[in-house]
Design a binder for this molecule. Structure first.
Ligand SMILES: Cc1cc2nc3c(=O)[nH]c(=O)nc-3n(C[C@H](O)[C@H](O)[C@H](O)COP(=O)(O)OP(=O)(O)OC[C@H]3O[C@@H](n4cnc5c(N)ncnc54)[C@H](O)[C@@H]3O)c2cc1C
Ligand SMILES: NC(=O)c1ccc[n+]([C@@H]2O[C@H](COP(=O)([O-])OP(=O)(O)OC[C@H]3O[C@@H](n4cnc5c(N)ncnc54)[C@H](OP(=O)(O)O)[C@@H]3O)[C@@H](O)[C@H]2O)c1
Length: 460
């Protein structure tokens, strides 16, 4: 038995590999289970796990320097907004550079994760084995389970054309010579409408709410690299950024898009360097929300109607944990309250990586979160008392729900720089608590060594 808690990681996407790298370096015994035959999750186009939402034309919309891990820069030969193939190569190179590929069990999905009476985790693997762990890092991603319009639009069952969710889109050929309605105002809708606009007969972009369109560049720099100091009050930063964007693009309604019913920063950012240009060229026609479908047409809430062959729902994703019993851990309406988006308030040995929606990239966040969890597993960080944890969660939630437009996509929003700033402060405070408690391990090491998975018949 090791002197540190044995940990299982579910998933080897960009978050799971950040977790694995940190545990590897910090000497915490672990196994990482991955459904696919390779790392990279969403960024592996055509991933054999069937879960990737990437498409042939996908480029990142957070810039290279914001997205890369802190100790492994992306190659300087990469553009500011690399293609998904480059991003997938980068994640592969990361695993080889830090040398922990042997700890990843590929093509081994976690089918079930349940707590034993002793509080350890018992995993059932797709291979038919079971294994026990002291702690669990969950990194299964939250952009793979499509959320279709709820409720479905009237007439969805009589529409003779095709209806598709953005998750299933892979290639612009899907739009070729068709009359296409794209629904949504998030980043999927922007990319798919633009792709469609080059090959479709006609493209309409329908939205129930307006958005500020953040350009990829401002002042000749990737927009997400503009100086953003968490010590400056948020309201001031918000006003400055909104003015900059509007000065650069003009108002969305000038392009025929709905007027945003909120200020910038009160919705997840919609980033596109091309959507306004394609609208300006007449290649995309904005519309309000869909009201109903008929056999051959889509009718919008302003009463206008178009004949359509394809409706693409870019209506977001569900947060799903198919391996947990619903009454143990679930996220109804995408809502799972966590302490600083990592620690579960009632279960002291489960941690979530990148279960958040940042105004910024997720990879450096997963990296910092993993270091924080490693501190905890080594007894070098202690959480505040349970009442303090609960109060903090409530405070954060109240602030977020007050700031953001009410939507199932706004249940775990964070500001990239502010989050990292606060996390470092909390790590230091928790280190003091750990020192005062003599570096006691919050999670006792009890489970058998990693790699000791057993055939379920042997453990039955
Ligand atoms: C189209 C699109 C574009 C995006 N662009 C950006 C961007 O530019 N910048 C950015 O920061 N974010 C972007 N995102 C957000 C995206 O979620 C992150 O980039 C990133 O993929 C998150 O990594 P992850 O490891 O948390 O999840 P994923 O990439 O989804 O990886 C999860 C991994 O877990 C594995 N897994 C799942 N369930 C199990 C199981 N039961 N057992 C074993 N393994 C399992 C999967 O096989 C997968 O490999 C984008 C999302 C989408 C949909
Ligand atoms: N190039 C890239 O890097 C890229 C590309 C695609 C996606 N992404 C990322 O992937 C994640 C998911 O993005 P996404 O665009 O797929 O989803 P999303 O951000 O959740 O956006 C969903 C959109 O659909 C709308 N919507 C939801 N239900 C609706 C309904 N019933 N009727 C009408 N409209 C409805 C939402 O409107 P409300 O706001 O009113 O709820 C919102 O505009 C995000 O993190 C995004 O940044 C990145």
């Amino acid at each position: 038995m090791s002197s540190l808690p044995k940990t299982a990681i579910i998933g080897a996407g960009s978050s799971g590999i950040a977790g694995a790298k940190v545990l590897h370096e910090r000497g915490i015994p672990f196994d990482c289970f991955e459904t696919s035959d390779q790392v990279g999750g969403n960024w592996v186009f055509g991933n054999r796990n069937g879960m990737s939402s990437s498409y042939r034309t996908l480029h990142i919309n957070t810039s290279r320097e914001r997205m890369e891990y802190s100790d492994f820069p992306m190659p300087k030969s990469y553009p500011d907004f690399p293609h998904h193939t480059q991003i997938a190569e980068y994640f592969n190179a990361y695993v080889d550079h830090f040398g922990f590929r042997d700890s990843i069990r590929f093509q081994t999905p976690v089918a079930d994760a349940a707590r034993t009476p002793e509080g350890t985790w018992r995993l059932e693997l797709g291979s038919g084995e079971t294994a026990e762990y002291d702690a669990l890092m969950v990194a299964n991603g939250h952009h793979w389970d499509p959320r279709w319009p709820e409720p479905a639009f009237p007439g969805h069952d009589v529409f003779a054309g095709e209806q598709m969710h953005a998750h299933h889109y892979t290639d612009p050929d899907a739009f070729r010579d068709k009359r296409v309605v794209v629904l949504g105002m998030g980043n999927s809708a922007m990319d798919l409408a633009v792709d469609s606009s080059y090959v479709a007969k006609e493209t309409w972009l329908a939205a129930r709410r307006g958005a500020y369109i953040v350009p990829k560049y401002l002042f000749g720099k990737p927009a997400d690299q503009l100086h953003n100091d968490p010590r400056v009050p948020y309201a001031i930063r918000q006003r400055i950024v909104q003015r900059l964007i509007l000065a650069y693009t003009g108002r969305p309604e000038q392009y025929g898009l709905p007027k945003p019913d909120h200020r910038f920063g009160e919705a997840h950012p919609t980033v596109s360097g091309r959507i306004l240009d394609r609208i300006a060229h007449g290649a995309i026609t904005p519309k309000p929300n869909i009201a109903e479908l008929t056999r051959d047409t889509v009718r919008f809430t302003d009463g206008s109607e178009v004949e359509a062959d394809l409706v693409v729902y870019c209506t977001g994703y569900k947060v799903s944990f198919p391996f947990f019993a619903e009454n143990l851990i679930s996220a109804p309406d995408n809502d799972l309250p966590l302490y600083r988006r990592v620690f579960h308030p009632e279960i002291d040995n489960v941690f979530f990586l990148s279960l958040l929606q940042p105004l910024g990239a997720t990879m450096p966040l997963a990296e910092r979160q993993s270091e924080w969890v490693a501190d905890y597993l080594r007894g070098e960080y202690h959480l505040p008392a349970p009442a303090g944890v609960r109060a903090d969660i409530e405070r954060e939630r109240e602030k977020m729900f007050k700031r953001y437009v009410k939507s199932k996509r706004h249940t775990m929003q964070i500001d990239f720089d502010d989050y990292l700033y606060d996390l470092e402060k909390e790590r230091r405070a928790g280190a003091d608590r750990a020192r005062a408690a003599g570096f006691r391990l919050p999670v006792a090491p009890r489970a058998a060594a990693p790699g000791s998975a057993q055939r379920s018949t042997a453990t039955a």
